[in-house]
Design a protein around this ligand. Structure first.
Ligand SMILES: Nc1nc2c(ncn2[C@@H]2O[C@H](COP(=O)(O)OP(=O)(O)O)[C@@H](O)[C@H]2O)c(=O)[nH]1
Ligand SMILES: [Mg+2]
Length: 255
């Protein structure tokens, strides 16, 4: 068989089920660390439940994904996951989900592993959201997930540090209401409301403008230039205020 014929006959096996996201539908990617329960505790030895070094690796990975050829309006990271909202009109790779999933998982894994100095792998999935309302709800969902996770993680590690074994600590927390979990911490001197917001709400990243001082050698004068730069928000709002924050970024993205 000639190469051209072989090429054509084989290509169909890898492209026949290619899926493209329809025009006019928002795409949100979620990139999640693979087996990071083990990586964070056993392999890399991060502080539990939260470690600023791990948070900063996730922030840097998010920035990398916002700078690797996809038009990202908003990046959000909590725990070992990253969500990316793409511009509604994004058209790279013909909107093929296969390309988004594989490239984003690959770029995240490569960047994170290089920074950490050991292997850290991510998976990726795409939500296809037909309305702006659903995009807002998606990010609200992850934001509230961060809040719930933070409360559970602080309770779990409080018990573990008191010597409770992993199964008993998980079982104790599973049976408790929100108020009881807050009380568990409070009775041990921790006010959940006063813990850092990045732990409870995650971290948001979006595009802003940065001023850079420079020098114009021709006219011999200092100049200030403006360039696009990523703003990292460690103090995200919660609930309806957060929904409004995401809606505002969507509105901006349309202009
Ligand atoms: N030690 C530590 N663990 C973290 C931190 N942030 C996230 N994790 C852990 O990362 C894991 C993420 O959860 P999940 O994706 O469901 O677990 P996976 O399937 O093992 O990746 C949880 O076990 C979290 O406790 C951190 O700052 N420090
Ligand atoms: Mg994970």
């Amino acid at each position: 068989m000639k190469f051209d014929e072989l090429d054509e006959s084989m290509r169909v096996y890898e492209t026949a089920h290619d899926q493209c996201v329809l025009p006019g539908i928002y795409m949100v990617a979620r990139i999640d660390g693979r087996s990071f329960t083990r990586l964070t505790k056993e392999l890399a030895g991060f502080e539990a439940p939260f470690d600023v070094r791990f948070r900063d690796l996730m922030i840097e990975t998010t920035k990398h994904l916002m700078n690797c050829g996809f038009n990202v309006i908003y990046g959000y990271t909590e725990s070992d996951e990253i969500s990316l909202l793409f511009d509604l009109d994004i058209n790279v790779f013909g909107r093929k989900t296969r390309k988004y999933n594989s490239i984003l998982a690959g770029e995240a894994s490569a960047k994170f592993s290089l920074m950490l100095g050991q292997l850290g792998a991510f998976d990726c999935r795409i939500s296809e959201l037909p309305t702006r309302r659903l995009v807002v709800d998606y990010f609200r969902w992850r934001n509230e997930d961060a809040h719930r996770n933070a409360l559970n993680a602080h309770c779990y590690w409080m018990l573990r540090k008191e010597g409770v074994d992993p199964n008993s600590a998980a079982a104790t927390i599973a049976g408790k209401s929100l108020a009881d979990k807050n009380e568990l911490l409070f009775s041990r001197g921790v006010n959940f409301n006063e813990l850092p917001n990045w732990q409870k709400r995650g971290v948001g990243l979006y595009w802003g403008v940065e001023e850079k001082a420079g020098f114009n050698p021709k006219d011999n004068v200092p100049v200030v230039s403006q360039r696009r730069a990523i703003v990292t928000e460690l103090e995200l709002p919660m609930r309806d205020e957060y929904s409004a924050f995401v809606a505002n970024l969507l509105e901006r993205g349309k202009q």
